[in-house]
Design a protein around this ligand. Structure first.
Ligand code: 4NP
Length: 155
């Protein structure tokens, strides 16, 4: 089982988008049973809140539901529960590194796995949910193909 946790600030826009985009991708590829996928925020600001409506609508445009998702804050025990902790911005990486130390090098930025490593701008401020979706989807696809290559090499 490959355990993946996506992390942003509030866990109401980018990381839940990533969670449900990746769940959709592995389901379509017929490999969902090999993954455990979730998301959390570095902040407790939005704890318990549903996905922010414009993010939910962007997912819905692509036929993806995020029903039932509620925001939760990242906690120290998450470090052991996941194999890959994929953050939206370098400041989330830094804040989790401060908390966990990252002895097993599990923490990275989602787009560090792509051809164009960069932060995913916060659509809460940019209001560009379509761009956030496109960048997250690119990162999820790149990460998934990296994981699949690694698995094939291990065989
Ligand atoms: P997220 O977006 O980190 O992608 O979930 C944000 C959501 C809420 C806030 C900031 C960013 N906020 O300041 O409440």
């Amino acid at each position: 089982m490959i355990r993946v946790l996506f992390v942003c600030l509030g866990n109401i826009c980018r990381s839940p988008m990533a969670e449900f985009i990746m769940k959709d991708a592995v389901e379509k590829e017929g490999i969902a049973d090999r993954f455990s996928i979730s998301s959390a925020g570095t902040s407790d600001e939005e704890e318990g809140n549903p996905v922010y409506p414009p993010a939910r609508e962007e997912l819905a445009k692509h036929g993806i539901s995020c029903a039932g998702k509620r925001a939760r804050q990242f906690c120290l025990s998450d470090y052991d529960k996941y194999d890959f902790i994929l953050c939206m911005e370098s400041r989330h990486v830094k804040s989790l590194q401060r908390l966990c130390g990252d002895p097993q090098c599990k923490i990275s930025r989602l787009l560090d796995h792509s051809q164009h490593p960069h932060d995913i701008a916060d659509p809460w401020y940019t209001r560009n949910f379509a761009l956030a979706y496109a960048e997250i989807e690119e990162g999820v696809r790149a990460f998934l193909s990296e994981v699949q290559k690694r698995e094939n090499h291990g065989k």
